[in-house]
Design a protein around this ligand. Sequence first.
Ligand SMILES: NC(=O)c1ccc[n+]([C@@H]2O[C@H](COP(=O)([O-])OP(=O)(O)OC[C@H]3O[C@@H](n4cnc5c(N)ncnc54)[C@H](OP(=O)(O)O)[C@@H]3O)[C@@H](O)[C@H]2O)c1
Length: 332
Amino acid sequence: MDARTLGTAPHALPVSALGLGCMGLTNGFGPATERAAGIAFLRDAVERGVAFFDTAEVYGPRTNEELVGEALEPVREHVVLATKFGFAFDDDGRQVGVSSRPDDIRRAVEGSLRRLRTDVVDLLYQHRVDPDVPIEDVAGTVGELVAEGKVRHLGLSEAGPTTIRRAHATHPVTALQSEYSLFWREPEQSVLPVLDELGIGFVPFSPLGRGLLTGAVGADASFGENDIRATLPRFAPDALAANLALVERVRSVASRLEATPGQVALAWLLAQRPTIVPIPGTRRTSRLEENLAAAGLRLDEDALAELTAASDEVVIVGERYPEAMAAMIDRS
Ligand SMILES: NC(=O)c1ccc[n+]([C@@H]2O[C@H](COP(=O)([O-])OP(=O)(O)OC[C@H]3O[C@@H](n4cnc5c(N)ncnc54)[C@H](OP(=O)(O)O)[C@@H]3O)[C@@H](O)[C@H]2O)c1
């Protein structure tokens, strides 16, 4: 697979053009994958050229990092590990709000290092901005962890432009990870101009629109209680039926190119900027193979324009997140 670079020297991080979102292996889309199968799947991904893996303390919680750590320990030198801190947990381990107090960051990183079976986290993101902790304190703490050799690069997730500037002024930010796809293009207005100006890479999460853009989610889809889409307004039955209009437009471009809708959706993202590295998530080898082939798919100007126009014209119905989750998004 082609390589790409997140961030700017001396804070640049070379990665594979597509990473792998590991969340679904433990949560988000139904029951967790059986452990041995998950390990085999992740090792196979390395064989297929994936060198950039995305996890987080909150996935599981914590079991996702354990799975990734066990699977990738034998190939640690050949892969980039990205994880995230920033949620708070109660005594039973349940997630309760956010916390980026310096002590909590340090506690989270010690746990991540242990679970990931490594001495250093390559890319450490703040998962959600904590309104009670100045971002300078957060970036400063991660800067200290970089100086101590426990972390290589600082990242942010779903941070707004002012927060990004303030963090970057304290310790250079290598990448922002936020949702971006044909299904959700707000970053083009809100953060991408700032990332371009500051030389920060962009890692789109949910690049397949949580599966919608692959064409595999039909109007009659039902989502189980462990599937986050059961709670997302855009996947409520009426909204889903309307939003499938975008998928039909993507499908029409894909069939002309003898590609799949998901491949075209990923290739469109890769074509937006050389600094973009999407992290599609899957638990199935056949889908992984399909998704990775998108890194070699070059869309011509007509195809790119048609996809952009489709995304401009189809009005997406339903909010991106329910209220409580939306409240965690930094808009500053
Ligand atoms: N920073 C954040 O706040 C944040 C938030 C969400 C996600 N993330 C990260 O981003 C990663 C990707 O996002 P995501 O998982 O939310 O959404 P996504 O990558 O857009 O879509 C994942 C969904 O698409 C399905 N899928 C994948 N490839 C497919 C294919 N070729 N054909 C049909 N269906 C396919 C998957 O099902 P199967 O697994 O069954 O294949 C899963 O249901 C996550 O794993 C996580 O690491 C970060």
